[in-house]
Design a protein around this ligand. Structure first.
Ligand code: NAP
Ligand code: HSE
Length: 437
């Protein structure tokens, strides 16, 4: 490394100093010497954009960096723009402006990438700058790098991921601590895992946004979140965990992507997976992604998927990469390697699996028969059926649990619609897919 190169700093403008931004500042300040040797030049934070200049920040954040004026952050003497403010606007406009001005960009913003990722990648490519986004998926896990670099020679057949730390934390606490959903969510928020709007986490949208980002790299596909079937975890209760346990399963919130050749199949929902599955014991805030490559076979990545320091590790690693490529005189090389196209999506009704179906019903003669014939009429075959006595979770009703043989989802939904119209139902039937992973 030439001494001359170490002389000039890589100047950083930061958009946001919340959970992630605070972690980024701490990591850069605490590891200055080490990072300088890795980059070949010191990393120097110049400006930090926030909404409220009076708010307390991490102690490593110097007062003089803080500004509410975006023009100070996007000034001429910034080499790398780091966007950790979240949301669509003004993040998108500021990133586009930075790209036009030839600055490298690092972002953790999956919402933005899920809506505009392919366009922003193309724009960065055209301007010969880097757009790096490792922290947008899986917090500290190097999933983007793995797909973009390590597996660039392989064909990705499928991806199964636990990619929302908040959902995984809640489901783990409900299962192991028997705590209520609301209590577990409050804990996840206090630990800094949840999005500013936690409905994005618990209703599955955060995970769906991550699947869109993954699909760009794994399947070369332009995917918009609205096209991905999404279900969250709000309806899961202790009774579902008890039934799952009884049949040898646990419940995880999964993102699933599969290359079917002409089409790709994408979906996000809670699912029953066998207790011996490689994903079954990835608990708490941990994320896990199982990638199956045609040449490689299965490859599992596990790590902390949310929180200040794990996410900062990914953001700062991207800063190091972008800074290195600027110093090396080849900015934009890794971004140019990302090629995407429109690919048709297979409807979820065509997906085949076994199903866990729960009916909370009036306790009266003939009900079991009607459920069985409703399923039979739609061509859905029953593998197991259990009726329990009254359960605390369902007042005035008894739960009936059915595991089906493998079949397409369309007929199962038709049967549930028909059964839901019967007078004996208390609430909507519950459908959870059983994933062999
Ligand atoms: P956060 O704690 O809410 O912090 C957001 C920061 O951005 C705050 O400092 C806020 O300023 C600033 N900000 C937001 N809108 C602004 C605006 N219009 N003008 C100026 N400043 C603005 O969010 P976070 O959890 O750090 O998340 C940041 C990004 O990282 C999001 O895209 C998120 O999805 C992503 N991410 C988060 C995690 C995680 O574990 N939290 C993990 C991976 C990725 P004030 O402080 O003054 O309000
Ligand atoms: N809210 C997100 C999660 C943060 O819980 O996984 C990490 O992207």
């Amino acid at each position: 490394m030439s001494k001359e190169r170490i002389k000039f700093p890589v100047r950083i403008g930061l958009l946001g100093c919340g959970t992630v931004g605070g972690g980024v500042i701490r990591l850069i300040q605490d590891n200055q010497e080490y990072l300088t040797s890795r980059v070949g030049a010191p990393l120097e934070i110049r400006r930090v954009l926030v909404r409220d200049a009076e708010k307390d920040r991490v102690p490593e954040c110097r007062r003089e960096w803080i500004t509410t004026d975006v023009d100070e952050v996007l000034s001429k003497d910034i080499d790398v723009l780091v966007e950790v403010m979240g949301g669509e606007e003004p993040a998108k406009s500021l990133i586009e402006r930075a790209i036009r001005e030839g600055k490298g960009v690092v972002t953790a913003n999956k919402l933005l990438l899920s809506k505009h990722g392919p366009g922003l990648v193309r724009m960065a490519s055209d301007h010969g700058v880097d757009l790096a986004f490792e922290a947008s998926v899986g917090g500290g896990i190097p999933i983007i790098r793995t797909l973009r670099e390590a597996l660039t020679s392989d064909w990705v057949e499928s991806v199964h991921g636990i990619l929302n730390g908040t959902c995984n934390y809640i489901l783990t606490r409900m299962r192991d601590g028997k705590v209520a959903f609301d209590v577990a969510l409050a804990e996840a928020q206090a630990k800094g895992y949840a999005e500013a709007d936690p409905t994005l986490d618990v209703d599955g949208h955060d995970a769906a946004q991550k699947l869109c980002v993954i699909s760009m790299l794994a399947f070369g596909a332009n995917v918009h979140e609205v096209d991905v079937p999404v279900e969250g975890i709000r309806r899961i209760d202790q009774l579902d965990f008890r039934f799952a346990e009884r049949f040898g399963y646990t419940i995880k919130h999964l993102v699933i992507g599969r290359d079917l050749g002409e089409r790709i199949a994408l979906r996000v929902h809670p699912a029953l997976i066998g207790k011996t599955s490689v994903l079954a014991n990835i608990d708490g805030v941990l994320n896990g992604v199982l990638i199956v490559g045609r040449g490689l076979g299965p490859c599992l990545l596990v790590g902390r998927g949310a929180g200040d320091m794990p996410t900062a590790v990914s953001v700062v690693a991207d800063i190091v990469d972008v800074a290195r490529s600027k110093i090396g005189g080849e900015p934009g090389l890794s971004t140019r390697g990302i090629q995407t196209a429109d690919r048709p999506l297979a409807p979820i009704t065509e997906v085949e699996s076994r199903f866990y179906l729960r009916f909370d019903v009036e306790d009266r003669p003939g009900v079991l028969g009607k459920i069985a014939s409703g399923l039979g009429d739609a061509g859905v075959s029953i593998e197991q059926m259990v009726q329990e006595g009254r359960a605390a979770e369902v007042s005035d009703a008894v739960p009936v649990l059915i595991i089906t043989h493998s079949c397409r989802e369309g007929p199962v939904r038709d049967a549930l619609d028909a059964i839901a119209r019967e007078g004996f139902m208390r609430g909507q039937p519950r459908l959870l897919r059983i994933e062999d992973v």
